[in-house]
Design a protein around this ligand. Structure first.
Ligand SMILES: [Zn+2]
Length: 261
């Protein structure tokens, strides 16, 4: 009799322990699920931005690591979506340069907000790999580039994109005030941090013509301010190393944002 009672009691204890273990498993599963959902909620937007390469978006270091750093620095043929965006804006039908001469580059850059931004640029195929290499070095050095989206976002209006401090390359246009094709029209020139590195020309009367017009404060190159390009600057050194010429070295006008190949 006594043994029966003990068996019954043990049976009860076992059942309760099983129940407790099952409950605990359910609890653990719920916690794991919640954690996974939270992790997804943190990165889904970023992963989507990276997968679709929504230029201008900021992403975390974690999202970049998950996506793969090397996948964030590429040069490809112009994707259909990009080509469509360019029509009638940076691209106009012309006999000199076509879709196959151009490349779409995707890079990461550090913004003035100290965050990682997705950048994109259209340039000539001749310099695409050079640019990817330069922007990778700038990224690794935490060099600040304010914004890097296609000028098409500003309807290819140069003054507007410069006011927005946008960095870009290709835009089919003539040199201001002439019929000469700009190096940008072939995607062989790059303008960097355009608000802080304006185009400056001394008029005959000695007054200064500054482009963008909102960059007057940055026309004085004896001053110190962030994103200023001069000959000690890393960006300057990398472009020169790759065979580019700097508009800041020109004699008649100074185009501090401009590097051309
Ligand atoms: Zn330029």
């Amino acid at each position: 009799m006594e043994m029966k009672y003990i068996d019954a009691w043990l049976g009860n204890v076992k059942t309760r322990m099983k129940g407790w273990a099952a409950g605990r498993r359910t609890c653990l599963c719920a916690v794991a699920l919640l954690a996974m959902t939270a992790a997804q909620a943190m990165t889904t937007g970023e992963q989507e931005a990276l997968a679709q390469w929504k230029a201008g978006t900021t992403v975390s270091q974690k999202a970049v690591t998950e996506f793969g750093l090397n996948r964030c620095f590429t040069a490809t043929m112009i994707p259909d979506g990009v080509w469509q965006r360019m029509q009638g804006k940076t691209y106009k039908p012309n006999p000199y340069i076509g879709r196959n001469d151009l490349r779409h580059i995707r890079v990461l850059h550090w913004g003035t907000d100290n965050k990682i931004h997705l950048g994109e640029m259209v340039c000539n195929k001749l310099i695409a790999q050079k640019l990817v290499g330069i922007f990778r070095k700038l990224y690794d050095a935490h060099y600040v580039i304010g914004r890097m989206v296609l000028p098409d976002e500003y309807d290819a209006d140069d003054e507007q994109q410069m006011r927005a401090n946008n960095t870009s390359s290709f835009c089919y246009r003539v040199v201001a005030g002439s019929k000469t094709l700009s190096k940008h029209a072939r995607g062989l020139a790059v303008d960097i941090n355009t608000l802080y590195n304006p185009y400056v020309k001394k008029r005959a009367d000695g007054s200064l013509y500054v482009q963008p017009s909102t960059a007057r404060a940055y026309a004085d190159r004896t001053k110190n301010f962030p994103c200023k390009i001069d000959k000690t600057d890393l960006c300057y050194r990398l472009f020169i190393e790759q065979g580019f010429k700097w508009g800041g070295s020109w004699r008649t006008v100074k185009d501090y944002q401009h590097f051309e190949y």
